[in-house]
Design a protein around this ligand. Structure first.
Ligand code: FAD
Length: 392
């Protein structure tokens, strides 16, 4: 019989892996909980009222047409010994190899006061969909003059530059729609992705409107009080008109159930094959994986999926997988028509994916506005290209 691969999670990582494996001639089943995928990249634009949520929706028709068996269900159990997946309705799927790409789980146990109910008062909007719209509605309903507060978690988390792009676009919203309002960013760390570029843009576009407070300045939020939308740090209590609390995260729950997550909550992998270091026959890609220097991004998940699929094909044919080289680029918008980026190249070194020194880099600090305009256009082209590659 032809070898059978099951993929769990139909996001940027899993959907890509399923297609690559199918194109290589394997029997592929993709298990995805939702009928429609809601993409996070560009969801910060939705929050700022610059784009409809519908622009984030992607279906699975093209994937089905390729002959991939799509099962809309939640995987609830994995038996790594028997190589079997159990679904919520009790149905079971056998596999020769399993690819896990379940994204993230928000840690509702990590920040005192913040749980699933609190997220209705203080949205995280870190999984796109109803939370995205909730934050947008709260911003629209806020009185001019109110303070918006964003709480940013420590590393690692999904999309390292995401909170700062969000801060930028909310500041743009305030500047154009609620000019007497201010934005406070409370951060659990002292440095962040593309920091100098963001800070330069903030100074240029949002001075006196956006304040960022890092760990050393007392920025780490240690508790929240949802009823009054209060964020507590070791130094102060901040009342917010709108509070966006991005909690700490870990690998998607099924990773923990499968026994492939370690005590950090994330999944250690072999950087050549993305096979779990904890359970044979299970590969982990995307946000759930510990990918060394690679950030948790859609770009990374897509790149990792291609490398992992090629390795799975080789392993099933008893061939040795080639040593990969992976690329990531993350664009962020500081304002509409104002884009910045960071790029990196990664190779396996000492068991991890390490930065290739001298490769990659960020947008230039000194650049004419035209460069920022071009990068904003590249960002949109990137989103169209990757979503067509994954879902189109
Ligand atoms: P996901 O895309 O989250 O997919 C996981 C899928 O698995 C989901 O569809 C889920 O329903 C499914 N699933 C989970 N568990 C199960 C189960 N047990 N059974 C069945 N199905 C299951 N990245 C970029 O590259 N560029 C950007 O500009 C960018 N901007 C971002 C902005 C924001 C605000 C945010 C929050 C993120 C952004 N990202 C960006 C990051 C990007 O969204 C993630 O890194 C990417 O989605 C990770 O892909 P993944 O496949 O690992 O997980």
């Amino acid at each position: 019989a032809r070898p059978k691969v099951v993929v769990i999670g139909g996001g940027f990582g899993g959907a890509t892996a399923a297609r690559e494996l199918k194109r290589a001639g394997l029997d592929v089943t993709l298990v995805e909980a939702n009928a429609t995928y809601v993409a996070c990249p560009f969801s910060n634009e939705v929050i700022a009222g610059l784009r409809p949520l519908e622009g984030q929706f992607f279906g699975y028709d093209a994937i089905r047409r390729e002959g991939i068996e799509l099962v809309q269900a939640t995987a609830t159990r994995i038996d790594a010994e028997a190589r079997r997946v159990t679904l919520a309705d009790g149905a079971q799927l056998s596999y020769d190899r399993l690819v896990l790409a379940p994204g993230i789980e928000l840690r509702f146990d990590a920040l005192p006061g913040y749980g699933e109910d609190a997220a209705e008062q203080m949205p995280h909007a870190w999984k796109a969909g109803s939370q995205t719209l909730l934050l947008r509605r709260q911003l629209e309903a806020m009185e001019d003059g109110g303070t918006v507060v964003i709480s940013v978690p420590p590393n690692p988390y999904r999309c390292p530059p995401g909170p700062y792009e969000r801060a930028s676009l909310i500041a743009h919203f305030l500047k154009t729609r609620k000019p007497r309002s201010k934005l406070l960013v409370l951060d659990a760390k002292d440095t962040f992705s593309k920091q100098r570029l963001f800070e330069q843009g903030w100074k240029e576009l949002y001075s006196n409107r956006l304040e960022w407070v890092g760990l050393a300045g007392g920025g780490q939020v240690t508790a929240v009080e949802p009823a009054t939308r209060t964020l507590v740090t070791d130094f102060a209590r901040h009342g917010a008109a709108v509070a966006n609390v991005i909690p700490p995260q870990r690998a998607g729950r099924i990773a923990e159930i499968a026994g492939v997550a370690d005590r950090s909550g994330w999944c250690p992998i072999d950087p050549v094959t993305f096979e779990s270091r904890l359970r044979a026959g299970i590969h982990v890609i995307g946000d759930s994986a510990i990918a060394g220097g690679m950030p948790k991004s859609a770009f990374s998940a897509n790149a990792q999926a291609k490398v992992c699929a090629a390795a799975v094909v080789d392993l099933l044919a008893d061939k040795e997988p080639a040593t990969p080289k992976l690329i990531n680029t993350c664009y962020s918008l500081v304002a509409p028509g104002y884009g910045i980026s960071v790029a990196g190249v990664y190779r396996p070194r000492n068991g991890l994916l390490a930065d290739v020194e001298g490769a990659g880099g960020t947008s230039p600090l000194e650049a004419p506005r035209q460069t920022r305009e071009l990068e904003a256009a590249y960002a949109e082209a990137w989103f169209r290209t990757i979503t067509a590659d994954v879902f189109g």
